[in-house]
Design a protein around this ligand. Sequence first.
Ligand SMILES: *Cc1c(COP(=O)(O)O)cnc(C)c1O
Length: 401
Amino acid sequence: MKTRFTGHFTQQEPIPEDAIEAAVAVMRSGRLHRYNVAEGEAGETALLEREFADLTGARYCLAVASGGYALACALRAVGVGPGDRVLTNGFTLAPVPGAIASVGAQPVLVEVTPDLVIDLDDLAAKVRASGARVLMLSHMRGHICDMDRLMELCDGAHVTVIEDCAHTMGAAWDAVPSGRHGVIGCYSTQTYKHVNSGEGGLLVSDDDRLMARMILLSGSYMLYDRHLAAPPAEAFEDVRYETPNISGRMDNLRAAILRPQLVRLPEQVAAWNARYRVVEDGLCGARGIALVERPAKEAFVGSSIQFRLPDFDAAQIGALLANCAARGVELKWFGADEPRGYTSRHDSWRYAPAQALPRTDAVLATLIDMRLPLTFSIEDCAMIAEIIREEVELLALNAPG
Ligand SMILES: *Cc1c(COP(=O)(O)O)cnc(C)c1O
């Protein structure tokens, strides 16, 4: 009889007890709004910002309502407006082109490589051809491109880099935390990311003026002196009148449950990577499976794993998904014609002008994605890899030709 996996691919760990207690304390106080603090009290949101700034080595941090809000806030802060063009990865999740569209700008999509990172040659060509002054770089599924080359290219062309670190909180390139290469780093604290407050986002930057603008944009009611990771009051002087309030603050309840999770982030990263390596080892060398090689300079967080099936056609991939699902293993495919769940592709973002991305399309046509929640044990991961391997090899064996 074939083994069947019975775990749930969308089941996250519970919120830690100390975080629950901190949340209950906030609720007992009634002071949920970040600026509603008692005499001498810092407030959970301001403390979270201080702690996340320290964790990433950033001078400043702002907590906001979602990862998508963080992206749009960063775009507004650097001055992107209606009609502007913003470069971004042709393979990412919908909140990224969505954030660009939300400020009336147009995404200029850049090809990705078979290793799932932005194609730097195509980026160079599109920087020249589009005249875009901003790159929203998405570290999609935790894959980090050669950041040395990318920053050299963008600095040389005066392109401002905003990093989408929804999948790289806790990751680094060449020992520099992800989000600290560009001028602003954006993170999500939504349930499926690396810390879980249901919804939420974080922004980091060293730039006084940009952070002052983002704090004002987020809806600070001129109470920015209550922040603990904000630029000095002077930085707000000339922007406080010209920056609209586009409310998207984080509240103390969410911040309270995030602070204890940040402390545990390094342990969680180690736990994810142990699971990732077991799945990777289990798939390594399987006939028909191409794994993504991880560069030595990339310290990643293996909260999901991707692999390609370069010789499979759509029918075989469909069969693989069905056969794995029948054995309890939930794989996602980025090559389907219709977006399902989170797998939407650039051709379904029809609010943006249609763009030809033949190399990205070829990669996505055979790209499989799988989440690795920490509720899976190491043994679960070994079993999952075994099931995928068996099913891929069975289909490869039965393939014509
Ligand atoms: C989740 C995600 C975001 C932000 O999402 P929110 O749900 O708004 O927090 C941004 N980029 C990518 C690639 C994501 O997966």
